[in-house]
Design a protein around this ligand. Sequence first.
Ligand code: GLY
Length: 301
Amino acid sequence: MPDVHVSLADRSYDIVIGHGLLAGTSTRCRDWCGLAAPGSALVVTDSNLADSHAATVTAGFEADGWLLGRHVLEPGEPSKSLAAAEAMYDSLVALPADRGTLVVAVGGGVVGDAAGFVAATYARGIRFVQVPTTLLAQVDSSVGGKVAVNHPRAKNLVGAFHQPAGVLIDTATLETLPERDYRSGLAEVIKYGVILDVEFFGFLEDNVAGLIGRDQDVLGHVIARSCELKAVVVEQDERETTGVRAVLNYGHTFAHAHEALAGYGELLHGEAVSIGMRRWVGSTLRPLDANWRCSKRSGCR
Ligand code: GLY
């Protein structure tokens, strides 16, 4: 499966995609951080993954001889809070962490956003690596450097732009992902086809059976192309200042309204995005010209 590179000057990084990569996370991290010897790391995950995917990752770090801490969050949106961040700072202090310590986020969007926020703010910013284990996190939230916790009045209100040192996507994690979470992630995949790449949208239409069946070859292409499209957008508007990056929010305005009205936790994010995209298409507005396409090779127009 092809790797994707995100070009952001000294904040550039690779997205590595493959099957069965988790055990080698430690080696990748040393490579990405330029470490000749093992360093120190805090692995952040949630209690659903602590004994499975996160255990595979931490076993690799232990075997390599890293000074290792573990921090296990409660699953779900409440862990994107300043209280949860404070507990992660405590784990870093206990390690003890220094400016060279790496935060490794193993999980879905909540884990990546919260652990990334802690990495962005601890000691004025330390490195972190994303190991996304849900489809939605693999194609969206782990790429692009948006990290945040929620304020009681608004989602993602307290946050930063802090690019990871690398993103490791193990497609084997999708084999055990609950069906509802998997389909929720597909919404963000379809979004890329609608907003940026009509050929990719056609590929999705032609490969519905492979997508539903979680065919590894289909998934590898779909995840790589989604990441590539997101990289192109982020490279042009890293901090969402020019309006280019706003295209990624297609369907999200309605989505946030539906999530808020339903009560956070009722609708999965991708489910709300699906509703949002359908509402947008049903309105008289069109998000982009249907012929607007984006290719990593030819550049966007
Ligand atoms: N998820 C939208 C963005 O990263 O900008």
